[in-house]
Design a binder for this molecule. Sequence first.
Ligand SMILES: Cc1cc2nc3c(=O)[nH]c(=O)nc-3n(C[C@H](O)[C@H](O)[C@H](O)COP(=O)(O)OP(=O)(O)OC[C@H]3O[C@@H](n4cnc5c(N)ncnc54)[C@H](O)[C@@H]3O)c2cc1C
Length: 380
Amino acid sequence: MRVVIVGGGISGLFTAYELWKRGIRDIVVLEERYLGSGGSTRNIGCFRSSFTSPEHVLLMKRSIELWLKYRDELNLQLKQSGYLWIARRLETLDVFKKLAAFHGEYGVPTRVVDPDKAEQIQPGLNRKAVVGALFDPTAGRMPVLENIVKLYLKLKSLRVVFHFYTKVLRLHASNYRVKSATTSRGVVDGDVFVVAAGGRGTRELLSSINVEFPVVDETRHPVITEPYTEVIRPALIIDWDTPGAPYVTQTEHGGLIFARNISDAHEAPITSHRIDVIGTTIKPIIELLPALRYVNILRYWIGYYETTLDHHPVYGPVQPYENLFVAAGFSGHGLMMGPVTGELIADWVLNGKPSIPLAENLTIERFKTGKLVKELAIVG
Ligand SMILES: Cc1cc2nc3c(=O)[nH]c(=O)nc-3n(C[C@H](O)[C@H](O)[C@H](O)COP(=O)(O)OP(=O)(O)OC[C@H]3O[C@@H](n4cnc5c(N)ncnc54)[C@H](O)[C@@H]3O)c2cc1C
């Protein structure tokens, strides 16, 4: 059986890995540009299972288990230093208490902490600006590029075939089966096709076989500083009560990354820089951590949150085609979902159903039936 995977990002790579582990030996990955050139190397490398929908919590929890397993298996780097969700308002603390109870139901041990404890977790936190926080100790971060390259090299050693700079222009189907893909470098046949081409890429490709995939790439503008010794202790600090939920993380190389959801044109070109966002993004975080006012900005980049109508990914079979599957539209959380994505797509391809039944709620059918799944914690 030949499986053709469209997209050389984290979703395509983990799908290839999981299929290989279950005995599939003829796997071809088609990538429009270079390894991880979509969202997979434009993100900030964090993971958590402290979400607000059962689907996200359970899937992320499983994904973290798998990340830890693959850390040993693939020699990846990963650190569970926790997420600190900052509350500036007392009403937010009430929300955090409900969230902690909700997470507890699914075995995710988040807890509400007072300003003293929050300051212990993050020294230098401005207590005057904070009424408390939600701490998720199982969350963490990773050096993204290093991990992706390690996974890629492993797949190469297993003889998974990669064609870079090969754009899939359209899929061809007959009798409800996809037979081949026309690419910028020729036609590729296959028995099973998995489209893991991010947001816009997946939307455009599925439209070639008349499947509507409602997703939009929302533009994001992260900023990175010069490297410093460790100043940010948790994997991520998020200012929940400021619009656009600004956040800060510190990479393994020492750079501080700041980002915030700001209103901007969707799918703005990768070169449409917004230098004005730098101040807007950093200012609220400096209010929380005054020592950061001395940091020097090094550079800035654009990336996209591949956002669906309900901020959940789209997984599984694409009706009416028998051999077409999708893994896309992660709405800003696809890196952390990489391992569970591979597991679920391999389940669907080989067993016809996912090993986590709740994942059935995330198929593309939900946009037709209107059974959308709600998620409130969409930043970070
Ligand atoms: C600023 C920012 C911060 C983020 N932070 C986090 C985070 O901390 N944690 C987290 O989990 N997620 C985060 N994300 C989101 C995360 O980066 C994405 O959800 C994830 O990378 C999606 O991976 P993917 O493999 O599904 O898609 P992609 O990485 O986009 O891969 C899809 C690939 O398909 C290719 N492609 C597209 N069309 C075609 C075609 N027609 N033919 C061939 N190839 C094609 C593209 O070139 C691309 O390489 C962040 C995103 C941004 C922008």
